[in-house]
Ligand binder design. Structure first.
Ligand SMILES: Nc1ncnc2c1ncn2[C@@H]1O[C@H](COP(=O)(O)OP(=O)(O)OP(=O)(O)O)[C@@H](O)[C@H]1O
Length: 362
């Protein structure tokens, strides 16, 4: 186990600042997912922590020890990549054992016991004698994780390990990941652009954009209370709806809400209201405060409907229960609960929330 501290760590490639100078702590024994869109700097940040790349600024500390200039082999770090490198002529067990070859603390019997333990945790006992070529991509990736786990390093880094794995094998891999987490408390940094994976695995998600960590929080806190409009948009499938205000004196109207909002400083400049599709209530015409039109309907995994609605000049996506009786062309009614609305100014969450002039639907 190890606490990893970044002090102003950044990386530039020529004119491209791949990682902005970053201060950040990965707590001892935690699972932190680095989540963000392609090109936001996740892999570069992870490679610097691994010792595969050197920062152009700042320092990296492992338990207070400065490892900034040290190579990967001096960092007590194991890694699992998108494309695992394996010895194809060796069996599963031999591949795992090979990872322990240089560990002088272990006797031959100790090594075998460790291999057995890890194969069991990763649910690979029945494949121990199989050759690597006989395995599907998902199982091969589980062997890669087994090798990383076997070494008992302080830190394990995962770089998008499930990208090339099909859905069923991905579920198995994630289940195995959770099992070894429950048994062994290494510090884990897991790079992904898959939000479902991050939500499932992480103790904390560090959301990245343009080379910077924009927010780090427990998965549900990040989902429920994004500090930026980017977080509201990136998390969720689909992400938040955003509404623009129509200013009227010191108040602003948002289509979708029955009454105008009183703005804390009277200034509608750069203001947006965000609301998640699953928070919008949809009912028959007249049942709820705001009339709306169904423009389109899609069925999502789980049988829910995703409706595209028009309310005034706003278009909104709303999720309804399976088989809700709404179809394109229908007039319906909606309610956007104020308690689930988030206000952003120039992309950042407002601390003082605007209030509705008549709080009838709060
Ligand atoms: N070796 C390199 N030389 C030049 N530019 C690089 C290099 N590695 C990364 N970059 C640039 O740095 C930025 C961040 O890249 P990085 O691979 O870290 O992002 P990422 O979030 O991991 O993306 P992805 O999810 O696509 O892997 C990108 O603009 C990328 O083009």
């Amino acid at each position: 186990m190890s606490e990893i501290v970044l002090r102003g760590v950044g990386r530039a490639f020529g004119a491209t600042q791949a990682v902005q100078p970053t201060d950040f702590t990965f707590p001892d024994g935690s699972v932190t997912c680095l989540l963000g869109p392609s090109g936001c700097g996740k892999t570069t940040l992870m490679r610097m922590i691994a010792g595969l790349d050197t920062p152009t600024g700042g320092r990296i500390l492992f338990d207070g020890r400065d490892v900034t200039g040290k190579p990967a082999r001096d960092r007590d770090v194991a890694m699992v990549f998108q494309y695992p490198v394996m010895y194809r002529t060796l069996s599963v067990a031999e591949n795992v054992e090979l990872a322990l070859r240089d560990d002088r603390r272990l006797s031959a019997a100790g090594r075998r016991a460790r291999v057995d333990e890890v194969l069991e945790v990763m649910q690979l006992q029945d494949r121990r004698a199989a050759g690597i070529d006989a395995l599907d991509v998902g199982t091969r990736q589980r062997v890669a994780v087994a090798r990383a786990v076997a070494r008992d390093c302080a830190v394990i880094l995962f770089d998008e390990p499930t990208t090339n794995v099909e859905v069923h094998a991905k579920t198995q891999l994630i289940r195995a990941f959770k099992q070894f987490r429950a048994r062994l408390r290494q510090t884990i940094i897991y790079v992904t652009h898959d939000q479902t994976e991050a939500m499932t695995l992480a103790d904390r998600i560090a959301l990245m954009r343009d080379g910077a960590i924009t927010q780090c929080d427990a998965p549900h806190a990040l989902y429920d209370r994004p500090e930026s409009a980017f977080g509201g948009w990136f998390l969720g499938n689909p992400g938040m709806n955003f509404l623009e205000p129509r200013p009227q004196g010191g108040v602003a109207r948002f289509d979708g809400f029955p009454s105008p909002f009183r703005l804390p400083d009277g200034d509608p400049e750069g203001l947006q209201l965000g609301i998640r599709p699953e928070r919008i209530l949809v009912g028959p015409a007249g049942a709820l405060p705001v009339p709306a039109q169904v423009l389109r309907r899609a069925i999502t995994v789980g049988g829910q409907y995703l409706l595209l609605l028009r309310a005034g000049s706003a278009t909104l996506r709303a999720r309804t229960p399976p088989r809700a009786p709404f179809a394109p062309g229908d007039t319906v009614s909606i309610e956007c609960p104020i308690s689930h609305a988030a206000f952003f100014r120039h992309g950042q969450r407002l601390v003082a929330q605007p209030r509705m002039t008549e709080d009838v639907h709060a």
